[in-house]
Design a protein around this ligand. Structure first.
Ligand code: PGA
Ligand code: ZN
Length: 404
């Protein structure tokens, strides 16, 4: 028996300087853990509300007045029961009363406290059937940014190094090297510009999509030669962010859906992209399915905004062949139980999962445990910056611990 004894919620800042929340859950046994919740900027219309209308102050007040009293005494090892209480107190479809970030912080901190009490790391507490910690995720490292995560770069939101080594030490070394090589390549090409980094740690420079892709492709090839690692280029278009009035609006062109499908397919072929996320608007199951049919045999096509980690949307996408992989963000649904419902559906329907950070992160490592425990194909968490490195370093620690 490990009942919840007390919960504290507090406000703190994410890596972008915006307010978010953390929760500290203590069990009656004395075991306690703390977890913070991240926040997105390129959010999906299909994800839960991170905070109620009154923001973090209202979230904290509601948690203290209604959520926490309802959770005291609930059996912590029964994650479904804990998460059910969160839904019951909230009473809405999208956590707009208590805030998905309060739910996320409490849900994750509860599982971590159970781990504390039973001397198990979080990944073992949440491990899906058949997951034994021997199979590590690939690394999706965001190396160049723009979209809503930066100002002054190409339209595509993320240019990615996708490292698929069995040993995470090799994958992490690969994405870190690609990130460093890109810095040098941008400096060579644009020696007089001031080079900056975006919200997720990727470089931001005044480049076109094609120029950025050329630099990415060359950096991946150089890292492959130098380190003998399997690392390939990829992109997250986050296409909803530049989809207006039925058209995809680039600086130099405006495309309808068929045009976008053709353009993205051509980019994948020309640059041999092996990771592709949100190629179409978040409402467009069929357009994304057309891209998946065209490139899915060789490329992992991932749905993020199109699903919002929501089981009903993922089920619809599975029926339509919208993608061959699903991005998993705990705070898009607000609880570990809802997350695992989506993960389990993916696992039993041949869809890969990618455990993902948000653009506004907390400097914590629990996402690495979610990736390992859910048997994710990949962990998407940026490359550099303390809040990104926290996840990669935690994965390396897990690798060391499992080595015995
Ligand atoms: P976010 O998006 O800004 O909502 O975290 C990141 C992504 O699109 O993958
Ligand atoms: Zn995305």
């Amino acid at each position: 028996m490990s009942r919840i004894g007390s919960i504290e919620v507090e406000s703190l800042y994410d890596s972008r300087g915006r307010a978010t929340v953390e929760a500290t859950v203590a069990l009656e046994s004395g075991a306690r853990s703390r977890a913070g919740a991240p926040s997105g900027a390129s959010t999906s219309v299909h994800e839960v509300r991170a905070f109620p209308a009154g923001g973090v102050p209202e979230a904290l007040a509601t948690a203290r007045a209604h959520v926490i009293p309802a959770l005291i005494g609930v059996e912590a090892t029964d994650q479904a029961a804990v998460d059910r209480v969160l839904h019951e107190v909230d009473g809405t479809r999208d956590f707009s009363r208590i805030g998905g970030n309060v739910a996320t912080a409490i849900s994750v901190a509860t599982a971590m406290a159970v781990g504390e009490e039973t001397h198990r790391p979080l990944w073992r507490v949440i491990a899906r059937p058949g997951v034994d910690g021997h199979s590590f995720p690939a690394i999706v490292g965001n190396c160049m940014n723009d979209g809503v995560h930066a100002i002054g770069g190409p339209e595509i939101q993320e240019f990615i190094a996708y490292a698929e080594e069995k040993d995470p030490r090799r994958s992490v070394a690969a994405v870190v090297r690609v990130h460093g090589l890109i810095r040098e390549a941008i400096h060579r090409r644009l020696p007089t510009i001031a080079l900056g980094r975006g919200d997720e740690g990727g470089w931001v420079a005044p480049l076109s999509n094609e120029q950025a892709l050329e630099i990415l492709v060359e950096a991946c090839a150089a890292a492959r030669d130098e380190l003998h690692v399997a690392v390939n280029p990829g992109i997250d278009l986050a296409a909803s962010e530049f989809f207006e009035d039925g058209r995809y609006r680039y600086r130099d062109r405006s495309l309808d859906t068929d045009g976008q499908v053709a353009y993205v397919t051509e980019l994948v072929d020309r640059y041999r992209l092996r990771f592709l996320e949100d190629p179409l608007d978040e409402g467009d199951f069929d357009g994304s399915a057309a891209v998946t049919r065209a490139v899915g045999a060789k490329t992992i096509v991932v749905g993020d905004d199109v699903y919002g980690t929501d089981i009903r949307r993922v089920q619809e996408g599975a029926a339509k062949g919208t993608s061959n992989a699903v991005l998993i963000k705990v705070n898009q649904v607000g609880t570990l139980t809802d997350t695992m419902t989506t993960v389990d559906f993916c696992r039993s329907h041949g869809l890969a999962t990618v455990s993902s950070h948000r653009s506004g992160e907390v400097p914590e490592g629990w996402l690495a445990h979610v990736a390992l425990g859910t048997g994710a194909r990949a962990l998407k968490c940026g490359v550099v910056g303390g809040e990104r490195m926290a996840k990669l370093n935690e994965l390396l620690r897990l690798r060391r611990a499992l080595e015995g």
